[in-house]
Write a protein that binds this ligand. Structure first.
Ligand SMILES: [Zn+2]
Ligand SMILES: [Zn+2]
Length: 174
């Protein structure tokens, strides 16, 4: 059964013995804070009953995200893949936790867990380190504002000597 939401009922699992687990697939509309999702988020989740709640393992999570190129400022899209992630969801927040952002709570009233925050964290962790539309992106000329992927300008050449303030430093350090 494929879930079209990121919330999963744990009502039946609550009654089961420890270490019982259930697996689901999901294909859900993605609404993550600070992430420009342009596709559904898909993947698998396995929920296992543990002492104080549930151990949750997601696998093969995929989503398409829009980014702004750091060099030319154009939007580009990239498929983000999260191979595997694991978190614990608790009935009550454990004490002495270093980072409260790592704590996930079970919605006791509705007997549900919500994977939204867990997936948001994991997807953000798998963002490209350098967000550029392509390796060869030439970016925007910082002098005339021209997008240098579309046409070249001679600004850099004319001013190149002014824009290397440390060019002479190398010689000084020799
Ligand atoms: Zn670019
Ligand atoms: Zn220019």
């Amino acid at each position: 059964m494929t879930n079209d939401k990121l919330t999963f009922s744990v009502s039946t699992l609550m009654e089961k013995p420890m270490a019982t687990s259930e697996s689901y697939t999901f294909d859900a509309e993605a609404e993550f804070e600070d992430i420009k999702a342009i596709s559904n988020v898909t993947g698998k989740v396995s929920v296992m009953k543990i002492d104080k709640g549930f151990n949750v393992i997601t696998s093969n999570v995929d989503i398409k995200v829009a980014f702004e190129c750091e060099r030319c400022l154009r939007d580009f899209t990239k498929e983000i893949h999260v191979p595997a992630a694991e978190r614990q969801f608790y009935f009550t927040a454990p004490e002495n936790i270093e980072d409260p952002a790592d704590i996930f709570l079970i919605d006791k009233k509705r007997q549900k867990i919500d994977l939204t925050d867990m997936l948001r964290q994991e997807i953000a962790l798998h963002f490209p380190v350098i967000q550029v539309c392509s390796d060869g992106c030439k970016g925007i000329c910082h002098i005339c504002g021209n997008n240098r992927n579309e046409k070249s300008c001679n600004c850099e050449d004319e001013h190149s000597s002014d824009h290397k303030p440390f060019a002479g430093l190398k010689d000084l350090l020799k």
